[in-house]
Design a protein around this ligand. Structure first.
Ligand SMILES: CC(C)(COP(=O)(O)OP(=O)(O)OC[C@H]1O[C@@H](n2cnc3c(N)ncnc32)[C@H](O)[C@@H]1OP(=O)(O)O)[C@@H](O)C(=O)NCCC(=O)NCCS
Length: 552
């Protein structure tokens, strides 16, 4: 069991801090909170240059870094180039998508923007796990959405807290009486909507003379609470955001917010008074600002962001790391204690259930070859087990009829029929996803399948001394959010019962030698390593001799 995961965080903001002190501050704060939670973090700065030579050189340096440090996983803090190169490091990769890596908004050329989206989405295919800062952002993924979890950046609630307006204004040297609107420009006036803010201020000033607009630029991040305390309202007029940190920080200081409907602001401002989410329109923004400024009071926002404390968010990110590593850090369950609710084992049916099982299959085998061929192939693969005589295709459904686990099995020697029947499916998927050809695991499995298909002797060990007939457990998976709540054991019992019904006398499976969590699971279910030998592909065999059923 791994006591402290070692995570290599890849980003490009550390060098940029010399010019912009707040660059990537949310990444730095998340790192600090993760370190507090016991994660060992090292960092790598890929740099901000987009020159291909620079990128390749930094990527090679990053590879050497990974070899030297041997972290448990790599966490790319942003999609585009950072996410893309981080998935070619032979380590499980988690990608955090933050906003302009998936949605339009940054003031860059269209070509650069779409190239960025393309790289972000290519990276999604290879990443083991993905974090999106908002549900809106997750929707922007072209594929693999079901594998992405929504975790906004956290807020340091000790640093960002309400305080007297006058004291803050004195410290900043601001006028004490005038109403003040603050606006975060952050080096991108176009995306942040500075023109809109300036136009809306004319409406405000015509109704409440003396109101000032103060721009927040290059402020030392730890001084930001002073600005939230000193102001009367924060205006966010952005075109696009993931989960705007200024909004959460302002709310933590009980500063009212007027915002355009970007990222997760709807959720953050739900029930907050006074505050408003308004259309991206001068008049709507102006009116909303006037309404807040006429009241001129603090809002009740802090309660809305209490659950987003840096500590809570760090725990959620740690949960993603744990699931990604298929292991636990402190011996506690990743998802909490077992839930004592109705679970039923059923035979997998085509239609909606097949869709759900395919989603689980992709999630359970994310990053492995099995999932690289995509959802269409996963469906064809599972369908083969549903249709074929003598095979097992079962799922566990919960009280809400949601599929939370599945298992597939077939008599030993099934591969030949499967490879033959799915040959065209594989060819079509390779045409659609040619990048799988760059994966060395693909060639390993491809060669083995071809040998099998043309009847050549296999490069795999023959299992000679197990009682026959023998059934292969081909795949087993439990929804990530339901793992460690005994669903796997439930499935395994049903699988073994199914095998007994087919009069099987033994069971066999192959598992990656480094998949420690899965191996522990099989051992808990009474399976034993067959001969301890590791195949060329890095797998080992486990087996179990079936005792006849003792009856109901
Ligand atoms: C392997 C898998 C099916 C287990 O399902 P599960 O519902 O989480 O398993 P259970 O809750 O029934 O766990 C039973 C026991 O297995 C062991 N175990 C399961 N997952 C483990 C993990 N990640 N780390 C360590 N031990 C683990 C534990 O001993 C556990 O008992 P405990 O919780 O009392 O300590 C599930 O983790 C999964 O879907 N993994 C991804 C897909 C996969 O790896 N499939 C097998 C590939 S060959």
């Amino acid at each position: 069991m791994q006591i402290k995961p070692h995570v290599l965080v890849v980003s490009n903001h550390w060098g940029a801090k010399a010019l912009t002190p707040s660059a990537g501050i949310f990444v730095d704060r998340q790192i600090a909170a993760l370190e507090k939670a016991g994660v060992r973090v090292t960092t790598f700065d890929i740099g901000t240059s987009h020159s291909p030579i620079h990128i390749v050189t930094r990527w090679l340096e990053l590879r050497r870094h990974v070899q030297r440090l041997n972290p448990d996983l790599v966490h790319a803090q942003y999609g585009t180039i950072i996410g893309f190169v981080s998935t070619f490091l032979s380590k499980p990769t988690v990608i955090s998508y933050c906003g302009n890596d998936l949605r339009a908004g940054a003031s860059v050329s269209k070509v650069r923007m779409y190239l960025g989206f393309f790289l972000s989405n290519m990276a999604a295919l290879r990443a083991r796990a993905m974090i999106c800062k908002s549900a809106q952002l997750r929707q922007a993924l072209w594929w693999c959405r079901h594998r992405a979890v929504v975790i906004p950046s956290g807020v340091d609630l000790d640093l960002f807290s309400p305080g007297p307006r006058k004291i803050a204004r004195k410290e900043l040297g601001w006028e004490l009486e005038h109403p003040i609107v603050i606006f975060n420009v952050r080096n991108d006036p176009k995306n942040k909507g500075l023109d809109l803010a300036t136009a809306a201020m004319q409406i405000v000033q015509s109704r409440i003379p003396g109101t000032e607009l103060r721009l927040i630029e290059n402020v030392e991040p730890n001084r930001m609470p002073l600005y939230y305390r000193a102001a009367d309202v924060l205006l966010c007029a952005s075109l696009s955001e993931g989960s705007p940190n200024v909004v959460k920080e302002a709310l933590a200081c009980d500063l009212p917010v007027v915002s355009t409907p970007v990222g997760d602001v709807h959720e953050r401002l739900a029930g907050v008074q006074p505050s408003a989410v308004v259309a991206r329109d001068t008049k709507a923004i102006g009116e909303a600002l006037v309404k807040v400024l006429l009241e001129r009071k603090r809002c009740n926002g802090r309660a809305n962001v209490a659950s987003l404390s840096s500590e809570n968010i760090a725990q959620r990110v740690l949960g993603v790391y744990r699931t990604t590593l298929h292991d636990t850090v402190d011996g506690n369950s990743v998802v909490g204690k077992p839930r004592a609710e109705e679970l039923t084992v059923v035979t997998i049916a085509e239609g909606g259930m097949l869709q759900e099982v395919a989603g689980l299959h992709l999630e359970a085998f994310a990053g492995y070859l099995n999932a690289l061929l995509g959802r269409g192939y996963a469906k064809a693969f599972i369908k083969w087990f549903i249709k074929k005589e003598g095979t097992i295709a079962i799922a566990v459904i919960d009280g809400q009829q949601k599929v939370v686990g599945y298992a597939l099995g077939a008599p030993v020697g099934y591969n030949r029929d499967l490879n033959r029947d799915l040959l065209w499916e594989v060819i079509v998927r390779i045409i659609i996803r040619p990048w799988v050809l760059f994966d060395k695991r693909f060639w390993f499995v491809f060669k083995a399948r071809m040998r099998n298909l043309v009847g050549l002797p296999q490069n795999v060990r023959q299992v000679l001394d197990l009682p026959e007939p023998s059934m292969s457990l081909v795949a087993i998976g439990v929804a990530a959010y339901r793992r460690r709540s005994m669903i796997g054991q439930r499935l395994m019992r049903a699988f073994e019962d199914g095998a007994r019904e087919f009069r099987m006398r033994s069971l066999i499976l192959s598992v990656y030698e480094n998949a420690k969590g899965s191996r522990r699971f099989y051992e808990k279910c009474g399976w034993q390593p067959y001969d301890g030998q590791v195949s060329k592909g890095g797998t080992i065999l486990y087996s179990k001799v079936l005792q006849p059923s003792l009856g109901p």
